[in-house]
Design a protein around this ligand. Structure first.
Ligand code: GDP
Length: 339
């Protein structure tokens, strides 16, 4: 089916974006992502129509999440893995969810000097984290950007994030396989287990194994025994623990083989598709929650009385339950949504 045949009723400017995205032209793709990242209501409506039109062309990529603490080697690794993947004829898009950029405007994931060799390759597209108002917003924009990249024919999407706060859970909720990068030293794994991150990891990679291969091997063994204590998300997949070096490129093939094995194992069992469907429904609910929340906070009655009610709750004059009910009732929140 060509772009012409499936032409949706879009205004001419967006029609050009639609055609450009499907033709994998990077400028229209970047413009389309800018449109979905915009906070303006008219842009939002256009972005929704564009996404809707492109939806039949999405879903064909393998979606890979990569996380780890600052300095663990994420960008070095993604650059090395990216080149490895591109050499095999794939088309790669790299997106980022940077929790710091939404809060402070700064960035932990760094600036555009990262992944220099990848940036220069024809079949690669690199997009830094959107700077939306909150992390939820950033994650939603990244999900949508991911769909645009898929429509553009990128068959591998990497979403990078940092091991800080909620961002890992959000990224794990939008990818097929979530990989955690770790350093070869004891203690790290316990921290990750404590934070509950290990439960969402489908693969663990011990980077910088070149520095001390023995320490890396010990760390790998520790990880493997730690993982045995946890119940795996799928009975058909035990997260592999791989030692590698983003610098010397050792272990990259093993990593990529594990990604492919993941897909090949969980596709026939139906789990791959079930996970995607569950993620789509979860995303819908997240959008509903955040829209309801915004509507509520913007309601004039709520805006007016919120500071006073908050003060009363914090000083113990009224209970949070009474406060919440009175605000919801005063705003006639649910009625106003129906009209
Ligand atoms: P990020 O903050 O997680 O994106 O980490 P970077 O990719 O910026 O890497 C942090 C530092 O670790 C850089 O100086 C890299 O050159 C170095 N580095 C990354 N991977 C490796 C590796 O496999 N071996 C060694 N020896 N150094 C590495």
């Amino acid at each position: 089916m060509t772009a012409m045949q499936s032409a949706p009723p879009l205004p001419p400017a967006d029609r050009a974006l639609f055609d450009g995205v499907l033709a994998r032209q990077l400028r229209p793709l970047a413009k389309a992502i800018t449109l979905i990242e915009s906070q303006r209501k008219d842009h939002r409506l256009r972005a929704n129509a564009l996404l809707e039109a492109l939806l039949p062309h999405t879903g064909k990529a393998i979606r890979l999440g990569i996380s780890g603490s600052p300095g663990v080697g994420k960008s070095t690794f993604i650059e090395a893995l990216g080149n490895h993947i591109l050499d095999q004829g794939h088309k790669l898009a790299v997106l980022a969810v940077d929790p710091s950029s939404s809060v402070t405007g700064g960035s932990i994931l760094g600036d555009k000097t990262r992944m220099e060799t990848l940036c220069q390759r024809a079949d690669a597209f690199i997009r830094p984290s959107p700077s939306a108002g909150n992390l939820g917003g950033v994650a939603d924009k990244t999900r949508e950007a991911m769909l645009l990249c898929e429509a553009a024919g990128f068959d591998v999407i990497i979403v990078e994030t940092v091991g800080v706060g909620q961002s890992e859970t959000m990224v794990a909720g939008m990818v097929d396989l979530f990989a955690l990068l770790q350093l070869p030293n004891a203690g790290d794994e316990l921290q990750a287990i404590k934070k509950g991150i290990v439960e969402i990891a489908d693969l663990i990679a011990i980077n910088k194994a070149d520095i001390d291969p023995r320490a890396a091997a010990i760390t790998r063994a520790q990880w493997m025994s730690a993982l045995k204590m946890l119940r795996p998300a799928s009975p058909n997949w035990t997260p592999p623990v791989i030692t590698l070096s983003a610098l010397t490129k050792e272990g990259l093939t093993e990593f990529w083989d594990a990604v492919r094995r993941y897909k090949d194992t969980l596709t026939p069992t139906g789990e791959f598709e079930v996970k995607r469907r569950r993620q789509a429904v979860d995303w819908m609910w997240q959008l509903i929650h955040s829209s309801l929340n915004q509507c509520f906070q913007r309601h004039p009655v709520v805006k007016d009385s919120l500071p006073r009610v908050t003060q009363k709750v914090s000083s113990g004059c009224i209970t949070p339950t009474v406060a919440a009910s009175s605000l919801l009732e005063a705003a006639r929140f649910f009625d106003s949504q129906e009209s």
